[in-house]
Design a protein around this ligand. Structure first.
Ligand SMILES: Cc1cc2nc3c(=O)[nH]c(=O)nc-3n(C[C@H](O)[C@H](O)[C@H](O)COP(=O)(O)OP(=O)(O)OC[C@H]3O[C@@H](n4cnc5c(N)ncnc54)[C@H](O)[C@@H]3O)c2cc1C
Length: 331
């Protein structure tokens, strides 16, 4: 592994100043489980991803840590660890969907130092992107090796140019919870709904979210759900020990007095370059009795799926998992 210069700022303003001054070779460092242990040690470099020469450690900034009340909801500081998220009584009471998604991430050891900001902003796990010998689109190359190669874990919806799937379980849950990201940059702070936070390959193949090189995520803010809101999380993995999702499903919805779908979200992980909001399923549920409509609504996912040569099995799993998660949320 190559050397790097470590910075340990004590305020968000200092981080922004450093990122702005040092440019794209400076990266925000949180737990380091992806950036250092993954990308830098595995030498994932290319024209589109220069080797990080400067690491800006944000875990030394007290303001970025912890679960706090926020206008109309709860704010989670970006360096709050996944274990702290899982152990928070407030988050368990209000957003069990998020704490279950966080508990399904990696192993206890990684959750003890991996942060919510790092989890949402981690880079893709695609084995061609991570592989030293593949200069793919994401690294500034001109090919997606998944198109002709082993694509069993790749995108079945929304792939274009590049067929990665977004790896973050908490991002999938946060999109279902209608969360927002607070971002700090040289121009000050801005709030971006998770609906607009993730960037697919057509928009910009070199990144997965709207963050500019001189910006960082400081908080995620989740609105308090209406009374009686139903939510559930399911994740299917290849193996029982820690692993990324083959498919995950996060649902949050309200029903009227007759048990009919009033409003809500159905979000899929592991199927698309961004956490995927299944609008076709939500539309099919509108005004319907959720229990009796779940099967048919889940089948709508087939209308937007475009599987590759080795991954059509994911579409079957997605359909079944959507139905199961909707029924699970009903209790
Ligand atoms: C064996 C293994 C299994 C795993 N399994 C899963 C899994 O099942 N599900 C899952 O979701 N994840 C999984 N992961 C990924 C793991 O959860 C992430 O590596 C971890 O959450 C990243 O957190 P971190 O704090 O260590 O991030 P870092 O490695 O420090 O950072 C990750 C990325 O996010 C950026 N970043 C970090 N904080 C911020 C911020 N505040 N603002 C802007 N950018 C920021 C960094 O620059 C870097 O690019 C697994 C990882 C491993 C190694």
């Amino acid at each position: 592994m190559k050397g790097f210069e470590l910075h340990e700022p004590t305020s968000v303003q200092e981080v922004v100043g450093l990122l702005d001054k040092l440019g794209p070779k400076a990266k925000v460092l949180a737990g380091g489980s992806d950036l250092v242990a993954g990308l830098m040690k595995d030498w994932v470099v290319g024209k589109g991803m220069p080797y990080p020469e400067f690491l800006i450690d944000v875990t030394t900034i007290p303001a970025l840590k912890g679960v706090k009340p926020s206008a109309g909801g709860v704010a989670i500081g970006a360096t709050t660890t996944l274990s702290e998220v899982i152990e928070s009584k407030e988050l368990n009471d209000k957003f069990p969907l998020l704490t279950r998604a966080a508990a399904s991430v990696a192993s206890p050891l990684i959750r003890n130092f991996g942060t919510i900001g790092g989890n949402v902003n981690q880079r893709p796990r695609c084995w061609f992107f991570r592989g030293e010998n593949f200069n793919c689109y994401k690294k500034g190359g001109d090919f997606c090796y998944a198109v002709t190669g082993d694509n069993r874990y790749h995108a079945v919806i929304g792939g274009e140019l590049c067929y990665i799937v977004h790896p973050s379980d908490t991002a999938t849950a946060l999109l279902a919870l209608n969360a927002q990201a607070k971002i700090a940059g040289p121009g000050g702070e801005r709030m971006v709904p998770f609906d607009n936070y993730f960037v697919g390959p057509r928009e910009d193949v070199l990144r997965e979210n709207v963050l500019k090189p001189n910006e960082l995520m400081t908080e995620v803010v989740i609105p308090t759900p209406a009374a009686g809101t139903k939510m559930a999380w399911t994740k299917l993995k290849d193996r029982q020990v820690y692993d990324f999702a083959i498919v995950s499903v996060a649902v949050e919805f309200t029903v009227d007095g007759a048990g009919k779908w009033a409003d809500g979200r159905v979000v899929l992980g592991g199927v698309s370059p961004v956490p995927y909001r299944a609008a076709v399923v939500e539309t099919a549920l509108k005004g319907q009795d959720v229990k009796s409509a779940a099967k048919q609504a889940a089948a709508q996912i087939r209308t937007v799926a475009r599987p590759m040569s080795l991954n059509s099995y994911k579409v079957d799993i997605a359909q079944n998992l959507i139905e199961r998660t909707l029924l699970q949320a009903l209790g």
